[in-house]
Design a protein around this ligand. Structure first.
Ligand code: ADP
Ligand code: MG
Length: 420
């Protein structure tokens, strides 16, 4: 190790208590400390936050962190504050602050105390804030969840499109973009919109070798099929995703009637019930949560053993994120999706009310899901290829963990099975 490496290992230990970097963290941090634009693509849970938190803590000036969710920003600020005796080491700047609070934030930044300043993209557009940030030393700007910049991402936020021009007003500061969205299209969009084609890019593998991928044809017997599956996984935790709230309610009820402990979760339930059902799942008072995609963001239950999609997801990106909640502890994770072409048509119909550009993107993403469901090749290879990653379906890690590899079928048979 050279002196620089020793230094950042020491700082890692000092601030976070970890004795080793995870994955590509060290290379990323070295790149950021070298004042170069940097692009980080790592799966959820890969440890992206530390990639900008550590260099922010050990450099002069304040790092600006753009993040789309106020709740996530608050969590991170609390976590950073707990590492230090100074509350002012990290702040959030947003519209909910009082005048006095804003004055305190500015004071802490000006005095050099604040190392991390979290802002929502819409706050950063405020002229008053921009003028202030121009007058203080900025170490770098980190853009977390950078896929929000792309219409091809799963969470497009128009405000993210203004970031580049605002950052330019701050002078020459390095930009760090971070995302867990691995599709080449989204990556291209991020680099283009942030005008950082020169960025050092670090991409971790998205392979989850412990997840088993399976697609079953959706028939009218789907409910008894799901019940049988769950009974084969007795006492194990699992999530069932459905497209509509109504379906969530009816499946949860069917499971309960059949002696399976399950609760529904969707945005139509009041906040108290949602929190209660989520806690019941986390505390293992129930085995199964039946949910719309409203469930799962930020949920970290390590021993989820299965994720079932009662209806196909709207993109492979979402499918990867949703199934990624299984097997976080490295143990078994069974990802089962039910597929029928009728559902595809239903989703297409939903989309037809949207603006044309959005529809086109939506259809294209959906076609990839159809191709995944209908493929007879290794599903893992298919998924990883979608994320721009080569996978050797014979020798790669987890190669035999899917239905197509275990029970090869010829193409025609595969097609017949699904087109009904
Ligand atoms: P991401 O943003 O990529 O989804 P996070 O930044 O939230 O991931 O980190 C995920 C988890 O990994 C956190 O619990 C964090 O404390 C942990 N973590 C990050 N870096 C390390 C490390 N070097 N050693 C051990 N744990 C780490
Ligand atoms: Mg993150």
């Amino acid at each position: 190790m050279n002196s620089n490496e020793i230094e950042i290992h020491k700082e890692l230990k000092k601030y976070f208590g970890f004795s080793q970097f995870k994955g590509l963290q060290e290379q990323v941090i070295t790149s950021i400390l070298g004042k170069t634009n940097t692009f980080v693509i790592m799966p959820t849970g890969g440890g992206k936050s530390l990639c900008y938190q550590l260099p922010a803590l050990i450099q002069d000036g304040t790092a600006i962190v753009v993040s789309p969710l106020i709740a996530l920003m608050k969590n991170q600020v609390d976590a950073i504050r707990s590492l230090s005796s100074e509350t002012g080491i990290a702040h959030v700047l947003n519209s909910s602050l009082t005048k006095t609070e804003i004055a305190q934030v500015k004071k802490d930044i000006s005095s050099g105390l604040t190392k991390l300043l979290y802002v929502a993209p819409e706050s950063l557009t405020k002229e008053e804030y921009v003028a202030f940030l121009q007058s203080v030393p900025i170490s770098f700007v980190a853009i977390d969840e950078a896929h929000c910049i792309s219409e091809w991402g799963h969470d497009f936020r128009p405000e993210y499109r203004n970031l580049r021009s605002i950052i330019k007003q701050l002078g020459k500061v390095p930009i760090i973009g971070l995302t867990a969205t691995a599709t080449p299209k989204v990556q291209e969009d991020i680099l283009k919109n942030l005008d950082m084609s020169d960025a050092n890019t670090f991409k971790a593998s998205f392979n989850r070798p412990n997840l088993y991928y399976e697609v079953r044809t959706k028939t009218k017997n789907i409910e008894s099929d799901i019940i049988r599956f769950i009974k084969q996984h007795k006492g194990k935790s699992g999530i069932i995703y459905c497209l509509s709230r109504k379906k969530v309610e009816s499946i949860a009820e069917v499971l309960q009637v059949n002696g399976i402990s399950a609760v529904p979760y969707h945005a139509g339930l009041d906040a108290k019930t949602r929190a209660k059902h989520q806690d019941m799942f986390l505390m293992e008072d129930v085995d199964v949560v039946v949910a719309t995609i409203a469930f799962g963001m930020g949920i970290d239950k390590p021993d989820v053993r299965f994720v079932i999609h009662h209806d196909i997801p709207k993109s492979l990106e979402s499918y990867y994120q949703e199934t990624g909640r299984a097997g976080r502890d490295g143990g078994e994770g069974h990802c089962l999706a039910y597929y029928s072409y009728k559902d595809v048509e239903k989703l297409e119909k939903f989309m037809s009310g949207k603006p044309v550009a959005e529809q086109e993107i939506g259809f294209a993403l959906l076609q990839e899901v159809v191709a995944y469901a209908e493929t007879s090749m290794s599903r893992r290879k298919f998924l990883l290829h979608y994320f721009g990653e080569e996978f050797d379906s014979e020798t790669g890690e987890g190669a035999d963990m899917d239905d197509n590899v275990r029970n090869p079928k010829n193409k025609i048979e595969a097609k017949e099975q699904v087109v009904k």
